[in-house]
Ligand binder design. Structure first.
Ligand code: ZN
Length: 338
């Protein structure tokens, strides 16, 4: 089969790779119905993370089970399934506490930008839909594999409460779906921080009530202005840079909560400065698996349509353009059809 392989900065190739096979009895092989490029794929693509060897890319997936190992009991060939980018057993103490992305047996799922994918710990990782969904639902179901679950975790980790004020830092797909999540959780005001018109439009569609175009210190000042000089109750950091992290922390009221779900790159916090902000911090790789059953139901019932973040759809063999369009911010998120 052919799949996406990253060789170095801005050098992603669609080339012959070995088809995955069952290695452990707990594995499943799935045939991809749709896959996509993640904002976090752009870090190595841009050279921010070193690429030491040609690396198969992609970790967002949904599709039809093709084959299962002899120990797998919860999914069968023919089932439509979605799973997280971290495989998890769903039985260890960390999974039972809801932190599947810290599972004691977690394994990164990789190589999803290809027609076939091996998913470890299939019983714990994969969630099957009651019936094979229609094609129009695929984009929204695919987002549940990472980006929607990450936005949801941001809202939950920042303790979004009905009627309260939320600010979202970052207008990538995660930031936009964090807006949607905050809306679902009943936030009163949702301030989206974005300076791109197409993204502002989608943020408003997902439930943002205000847009702030300033960033950094000016962005903080604007949030203060909008909140009677207090700050937002919950701030969702969905970027991962020093500037975005400080913007989030300083936009939060004393006693408020910051969630950080953007993979940090070069972020350093000063203890004393943090001490006097009086904010709660919680974040990390989203335990997407915990949210899957609920989010699948919301999509199947038509309550949420997170698939709207895909503004570019390409055949898988054009994966290099999918990366380029996101790198150049011509696309929010690229969906790929095998
Ligand atoms: Zn576990």
């Amino acid at each position: 089969m052919r799949g996406a392989v990253l060789y170095g900065p801005r050098d992603v190739r669609f080339e012959e790779v070995a088809a995955p096979a069952i290695i452990k009895p707990t594995d499943a092989i799935i045939r991809m119905s749709a896959t996509c490029v993640c904002g976090s794929d752009l870090w190595p693509y841009r050279g921010a993370n070193p690429v030491n060897q040609p690396t198969p890319m992609g970790h967002e997936y949904c599709g039809i089970v093709e084959e299962v190992g002899r120990a797998v009991t919860s999914v069968k060939p023919g089932h439509f399934v979605i799973g997280s980018f971290f495989a998890s057993d769903n039985t260890c103490p960390n999974c039972l506490a809801g932190y599947h992305s810290s599972c004691q047996h977690r394994e990164l799922v990789g190589g999803a930008q290809a027609p076939l994918l091996r998913v470890p710990l299939a019983d714990g990782t994969l969630v099957a839909t009651p019936v094979v969904p229609s094609d129009d639902l695929l984009p929204s179901l695919l987002t549940l594999s990472d980006v929607m679950g990450t936005g949801w975790f941001a809202a939950e980790a920042a303790n979004v409460q009905p009627g309260k004020t939320v600010a979202v830092v970052g207008d990538g797909a995660v930031g936009l779906l964090a807006v949607l999540s905050a809306k679902q959780m009943g936030a009163g005001r949702i301030i989206a921080m974005s300076r791109h018109e197409s993204r502002q439009k989608l943020a408003l569609e997902f439930g943002a009530t205000e847009i702030v175009t300033e960033r950094g210190d000016e962005g903080v000042a604007r949030i203060k202005e909008l909140t009677k000089d207090i700050g937002a109750d919950s701030v969702l950091e969905c970027v991962g840079t020093q500037e975005s992290m400080m913007q989030a922390i300083l936009s939060t009221r004393p006693g408020g909560s910051v969630a950080y779900v953007g993979a940090p790159h070069g972020v350093e916090l000063k203890g004393e400065e943090l001490f006097y902000t009086h904010v709660r911090l919680h974040g990390g790789p989203a335990p997407v698996r915990r949210f899957l059953p609920n989010l699948v139901e919301l999509v199947l019932k038509g309550k949420i349509n997170p698939g709207k973040v895909f503004d570019l759809t390409l055949p898988l063999d054009n994966v290099s353009e999918a990366y380029r369009a996101m790198d150049e911010r011509r696309a929010i998120k690229s969906l790929l059809h095998p």
